[in-house]
Design a protein around this ligand. Structure first.
Ligand SMILES: NC(=O)c1ccc[n+]([C@@H]2O[C@H](COP(=O)([O-])OP(=O)(O)OC[C@H]3O[C@@H](n4cnc5c(N)ncnc54)[C@H](O)[C@@H]3O)[C@@H](O)[C@H]2O)c1
Ligand SMILES: CC(C)[C@H](C(=O)O)[C@@H](O)C(=O)O
Ligand SMILES: [Mg+2]
Length: 356
């Protein structure tokens, strides 16, 4: 078993170091190999996703990814920007199914900006389609408008699109996930305005007929954004497109206390997976040793479960995370009065110790 370790930029290197520490402490037999990705790879090799990094990722059984990006690269041509590395990995490996579980651990009920009763016991699963939508649709670009409100003016455009097979396969992922949970799927769309999402809704409904035991609810994305903070526990599995899933998962992260708590798994059809926290490289706190490594450590647990067939080890990590939270240890993002503030490495060390 081989794990490709791609720390990336900013806090990516700090949080991945802690997840690696935890994986090594498990004493399982897998090989880990690291490579540069994102801005770090651009600086060293002139490209955010060098051939050698892509090759390592393709050959690995699983990929542990940190985060990419920094404001200093924002002026580069788009194909050279760090974010293209993660988009390129998702596309090249066909990682279409993105699982972003938002679980509010008992000990963190007070860390959320929402009232405790709204989020206590929260456990929802956002399933985000990850290789289609406006993120990858062509054509896109800039040009001089020949029509619209301002003919002759400069304009920019992107293309939102989904094909039937793309919607069908993510629908099956969602219904099958719901079967193992409370048998309820909320499909989030914008069918009242966008043809792409009317099609999404139609195909979801069709696939749903193959799962009569699962309740399917449709919701417009604007309403979903509101309901997520009004009554988050009314959701169980949420399935949506690439862009809406990006936005709603960041929103859902605050239900758990912090974006530093939200792990993710991105799987392809052969269960090869990329595992990364849902957050970014956090340039505002990078290099300070204060980032929360738990989303990355929990992503490593998802990796053991989904790609490496090590359920017991995954549960050991999850139990260790709960234990350190119960001990009152908190990084700054989840700190509240009466708890103990720790840095990134101290949190990683505590999880290792709690593995027992
Ligand atoms: N998958 C990825 O690699 C990924 C994901 C999102 C954003 N990005 C990139 O990251 C850069 C920064 O983007 P952004 O600021 O919009 O989003 P971000 O997620 O990096 O940060 C948003 C806020 O959350 C905080 N935060 C994030 N992770 C944290 C953690 N583990 N512990 C404590 N606090 C944490 C940050 O300090 C910041 O205040 C951009 O270049 C963006 O493109 C990359
Ligand atoms: C960095 C960016 C390309 C990425 C996305 O938009 O998918 C990030 O926000 C995420 O959520 O993983
Ligand atoms: Mg995002």
């Amino acid at each position: 078993m081989k794990i490709a370790v791609l720390p990336g930029d900013g806090i990516g290197t700090e949080i991945v170091a802690e997840a690696v520490k935890v994986l090594q402490a498990l004493d399982l037999k897998f090989e880990m190999e690291s490579a540069l990705v994102g801005g770090a790879a651009y600086d060293a090799h002139g490209h955010p996703l060098p051939e050698s990094t892509l090759k390592l990722a393709k050959e690995a059984d699983a990929i542990l990814f940190g985060a990419v990006g920094d404001w200093k690269y924002d002026k580069l041509d788009r194909p050279l920007r760090p974010e293209q590395a993660i988009l390129g990995l998702r596309k090249n490996l066909g990682l279409f199914a993105n699982f972003r579980p938002a679980i509010c651990y008992e000990q963190l009920v007070g860390a959320s900006s929402l009232k405790p009763e709204l989020i206590a016991g929260l456990d929802i699963l956002i399933i985000r389609e990850l290789t289609g939508d406006i993120y990858f649709g062509q054509p896109r670009g800039r040009r001089v408008a020949t029509d619209g409100h301002f003919p002759g003016a400069e304009e920019a455009f992107d293309t939102m699109r989904y094909s039937r097979p793309e919607i069908e396969r993510i629908a099956h992922v969602a219904f099958q996930a719901a079967r193992k949970r409370s048998k309820k799927v909320t499909s989030v769309d914008k069918a009242n305005v966008l043809e792409t999402f009317q099609f999404w809704k139609d195909v979801m409904t069709e696939v749903g007929q193959q799962y009569p035991d699962v309740e399917l609810q449709h919701m417009y994305v604007d309403n979903a954004a509101m309901q997520l903070v009004k009554a988050p526990k009314a959701f169980d599995v949420v399935v949506t497109g690439n862009m809406f899933g990006d936005i709603l998962s960041d929103e859902a992260s605050m239900l758990t206390g912090s974006i530093g708590m939200l792990p993710s798994a991105s799987l392809n059809s052969s269960n090869q997976g990329l595992y990364e926290p849902s957050h970014g490289s956090a340039p505002d706190i990078a290099g300070k040793g204060i980032a929360n490594p738990l989303a990355t450590i929990l992503s490593a647990a998802m990796m053991l479960r989904f790609s490496l067939n090590q359920e017991a080890a995954a549960q050991r990590i999850e139990a260790a995370v709960q234990k350190v939270l119960a001990q009152g240890l908190r990084t700054g993002d989840i700190y509240s009065e009466g708890t103990t503030k720790v840095g990134t490495a101290q949190m990683g060390d505590a999880v290792v110790k709690a593995l027992g």
